[in-house]
Write a protein that binds this ligand. Structure first.
Ligand SMILES: *[C@@H]1O[C@H](CO)[C@@H](O)[C@H](O)[C@H]1NC(C)=O
Ligand SMILES: *[C@@H]1O[C@H](CO)[C@@H](O)[C@H](O)[C@H]1NC(C)=O
Ligand SMILES: *[C@@H]1O[C@H](CO)[C@@H](O)[C@H](O)[C@H]1NC(C)=O
Length: 353
């Protein structure tokens, strides 16, 4: 058996049990994973909801891309919240694979929206690059002229509809309990995907002698995921609190309405929604998904949330001194080497008590 090395690390993140197989010395390639039988792989991924397992079995090639997409979402979450008390840590890597968060906070809302968007983004990119067997570029408008703008559709338009639909089928399938959090999670998943869809870009190329642009072809491309990260972060800060509404005699909540509004005002499609107020994330509390800030790096001079005052929640900080050494004043000597001095500087880092 053989494993594609660049992907084995990823597999190890997502599928700890597969990693055990790998570290015992055998290697397993993606292609042979497929050949080996999706059954084996899909049964080894912990925490898959039944419909996710079924989708894994019918599309084992896509499961890798889904994993990469979810990781992309989590990486972006960690980047966006790198200066926050909550740094995206407790919500874990396996949030798309069944395991549900037991909290209905704003932070959970962000996590769901960014992983759903991450999966849609990765699947769409994989389609464009020909990495998935059942999709490719979106050829729907190929060859048509845009009369008003005077250009022609060409190139490889990103098949965002496919990516979004795939994310919907896989990511949403983990919501099996019929409760208010399901409605919240599904709403936030959809909001993340919708925001991605709304930020697709048009890219064009001119044809003609020396860029004269006598004809122009255009296609749709994916935005950088970083851009989606910033937009979702903004949505996070404007997230709205909702409460479930039960339709008459049915026990199960059937939709969400804004909590502090009169009547039955619903959130908009791209609002992030939450059910419960967030903890302050100062102390460790697994029930709320808080890891606390003990041991976190803080910035002594910053007035923001990364400043020691706010980050350490008034507990104070430890100071660690160290000497930073680097090469400096480098001069080119004839011929041919570079001569440098060694510079050093005393420096300090601070961590929360
Ligand atoms: C497509 O496959 C190539 C080769 O395996 C890989 O380098 C690339 O990252 C993949 N692209 C996506 C979007 O998954
Ligand atoms: C988040 O904070 C915890 C401690 O509170 C730390 O262990 C972890 O490494 C941090 N994660 C990131 C991605 O910075
Ligand atoms: C600490 O915060 C100050 C003020 O916001 C900023 O200028 C400085 O670059 C920060 N230092 C580090 C190490 O991030």
């Amino acid at each position: 058996m053989l494993i594609v090395s660049s992907r084995s690390a990823l597999l190890s993140v997502y599928y700890p049990q597969i990693f055990l197989i790998l570290t015992s010395g055998s290697y397993l390639a993606l292609s042979s994973v497929v050949a080996l039988g999706a059954n084996i792989i899909c049964n080894k991924i912990p925490g898959l909801a039944p419909r996710q397992r079924a989708l894994c079995q019918s599309r084992p090639d896509a499961i890798i891309v889904i994993g990469e997409g979810a990781q992309q979402g989590i990486n972006e979450c960690q980047y966006q919240f790198r200066y926050g008390r909550w740094n995206c840590s407790a919500l874990g890597e396996r949030t798309v694979f069944g395991q549900e968060l037991r909290v209905g906070s704003r932070e959970a809302a962000f996590t769901y929206s960014i992983t759903a968007a991450g999966v849609a983004h990765s699947v769409t990119a994989a389609c464009s690059q020909g990495n998935l067997s059942q999709c490719g570029c979106d050829r729907e408008k190929q060859g048509y002229h845009d009369q008003e703008e005077g250009w022609k559709w060409g190139g490889c338009s990103a098949n965002i509809k496919y990516g979004v639909e795939f994310s919907r089928r896989f990511v949403d399938a983990r919501e099996i309990k019929k409760n208010a959090r399901r409605l919240m999670n599904l709403h936030n998943n959809e909001a993340g995907r919708k925001i991605l869809e709304e930020h697709m870009k048009l890219e064009c190329k001119c044809h003609g002698v020396s860029g004269s642009c006598t004809t122009k072809t255009c296609w749709i491309t994916l935005p950088k995921f970083r851009e989606i990260g910033y937009i979702l972060k903004e949505r996070y800060s404007e997230a709205v609190q909702v409460e479930p509404v039960r339709a008459s005699r049915l026990r199960q909540p059937s939709f969400l309405r804004l909590k502090e509004a009169r009547g039955y005002q619903k959130p908009t499609d791209t609002d992030l929604v939450y059910l419960e107020r967030s903890p302050n994330y100062c102390e460790e509390d697994m029930a709320t998904g808080s890891t606390g800030t003990r041991g976190r790096l803080c910035n002594y001079t910053s007035p923001h949330t990364d400043g020691c005052n706010l980050m350490c929640c008034g507990r104070g900080h430890n100071t660690h001194q160290y000497t930073r050494v680097w090469q400096c004043n480098c001069k080119f000597q004839w011929c041919c080497f570079v001569k440098c001095n060694t510079c050093s500087e005393k420096s300090e880092v601070f961590t929360c008590k």
